[in-house]
Design a protein around this ligand. Structure first.
Ligand code: ZN
Ligand code: ZN
Length: 482
């Protein structure tokens, strides 16, 4: 994976050094540096000495054409791209040519000096972006979030002070997600990249909630979420073919992001223009995830498993041998919607095992498939499955290699679903032989399976006592041969 610029362990592309003295007191100095063509992100770290003598250096930035921002003495790091910038700085193109650091000296005592160093990092290709400079949580674990929602940067609406429905500002969505107790969200406005600057500004104050760069690539032939990259993607497909989708899907792949198909079973045509997924010729690896439960569809159809959801396409892709991770998303368009309603922020919730709560941890977690959908977003509900064959063991998302005739023991770990049932789904079939009652929280032995000569995928669904689907698990892949 490409390293985001400005990381502590990265080597700066340029380092500017100098010293301010008493002569600079209440004056400004411009320190020139040159950017090459094709820079997609500029990150500057600034430090200076003389603080013991109360020397202070203020900081600002100008590109070859215009002023790009001022942070005075409050920041020692800023980053700018076409889409987003550190608060106090202006996002926009990063033109080649002579830039200037603007240094101001509000205080330098007689006889004192202030040696400074500016470390300049550049990216020359768009890449996965994080709005946080450090992990939101460095611990490995299961993290809960919502991966599909809209602000007023597209068609998200909420109530104004006067009670009017207005384009909903980004902070309302972020605030609601924090209230819901989520660990991560991806705000996925339609095609635009305009929400990233607000997200960067909010990330600092929401330091328990990872804000993942997302957008809903919205075409005439289906919608899909992209997670990770922030640069513009050309969504303008004019035919339902991979040849056309590739112009943005390949870009996402180059940048290290992931693509997830949204509400794939939704109708198309005048009822819902462009909603259903209609690109039939997707090669393996083109998409890494699929939204199997969409909150908006849940609200409309009163079901998490109506044919308008993505379950059928997911099973088709799995049966074709693709490894695609099921996720969920509320598709929230109103941050004020009460949390107990389908389509509210966090309904459904996607729960992902990550090595750390970071954007890269999320991307790797979804790729690994150790994730489940908590349809009603009830904290404490949990599902994982395992498959063991002698010493070999695979957990949800993983693969187990077996020889024909060997025994595979399948077990589950379920919490928050006592009184309900767990059903093993094998190659898309939910045979009642593989159904168990859930008496209490903890481990449940599911079945002993004798491997045959075919490859299979095995996953689990959990229903409550009323028969409602509450947890959707991802597959373990049973492969033949060692
Ligand atoms: Zn959509
Ligand atoms: Zn949407």
């Amino acid at each position: 994976m490409p390293q985001p610029a400005g990381q502590a362990n990265a080597v700066p592309d340029q380092t500017l050094r100098g010293t301010l003295g008493r002569a600079d007191y209440e004056h400004y100095r411009e320190i020139p540096f040159t950017l090459p063509p094709g820079v997609t992100r500029l990150t500057i770290e600034f430090s200076y000495g003389g603080k013991a003598q109360h020397s202070v250096i203020d900081l600002g930035l100008a590109d070859p054409q215009r002023f790009r921002g001022w942070s005075g003495g409050t920041r020692d790091r800023m980053t700018l791209s076409a889409e987003d910038a550190t608060p106090g700085y202006l996002p926009g193109p990063l033109p080649a040519g002579e830039w200037h650091l603007i240094l101001g000296a509000p205080n330098i005592r007689e006889g004192a000096t202030a040696p400074f160093e500016a470390r300049i990092y550049i990216d020359r290709a768009p890449t996965v972006t994080s709005f946080a400079d450090a992990p939101i949580n460095a611990a490995p674990g299961w993290y809960r979030g919502d991966l599909h929602m809209h602000s007023g940067n597209s068609d998200g609406k909420c109530l104004s002070q006067k009670g009017e429905k207005v384009p909903c500002p980004v902070y309302r969505t972020v605030e609601a997600a924090a209230k819901r107790g989520l660990d991560f969200i991806a705000l996925t406005d339609h095609n635009t990249t305009a929400h990233y600057d607000a997200l960067r500004a909010l990330q600092g104050a929401f330091d328990r909630l990872l804000l993942i760069p997302g957008r809903e690539v919205t075409t005439f032939f289906g919608h899909s979420n992209v997670f990770g990259p922030t640069a513009f993607l050309d969504f303008r497909m004019t035919a339902p073919s991979y040849a056309q989708a590739a112009k943005w899907m390949d870009e996402v792949k180059r940048e290290g992001g992931i693509v997830s198909l949204n509400h794939a079973g939704a109708p198309s045509g005048e009822i819902c223009m462009g909603c259903g997924w209609r690109v039939e010729d997707l090669p393996a690896g083109a998409v890494q995830a699929i939204e199997v439960v969409n909150g908006g569809t849940m609200a409309e159809t009163k079901s998490a498993e109506s044919p308008l959801q993505g379950l059928a396409l997911w099973q088709k892709l799995l049966n074709a041998g693709q490894r695609v991770t099921a996720i969920g998303g509320s598709d929230n368009h109103n941050a004020d919607l009460p949390f107990d309603q389908p389509g509210a922020i966090g309904t459904p919730t996607t729960v992902v095992f990550m090595r750390a709560l970071t954007v890269q941890g999320f991307i790797d977690g979804v790729r690994a498939g150790r994730a489940f959908v908590d349809v009603y977003g009830v904290k404490g509900r949990f599902l994982d499955i395992s498959a063991t064959n002698g010493e070999a063991k695979a957990v949800m998302g993983g693969a187990l290699r077996v020889r024909p005739g060997e025994r595979v023991r399948l077990a589950a770990e379920v919490r928050g679903a006592s009184g309900g049932t767990i059903q093993l789904v094998v190659d898309g079939e939910a045979d009642p032989v593989f159904r168990r009652d859930i008496q209490r929280d903890g481990a449940i032995a599911l079945t002993n399976w004798i491997a045959d000569s075919g490859r299979h995928w095995v996953r689990a669904d959990v229903r409550d006592a009323a028969g409602r689907l509450i947890l959707v698990g991802n597959p373990i892949y049973i492969e033949v041969g060692k």
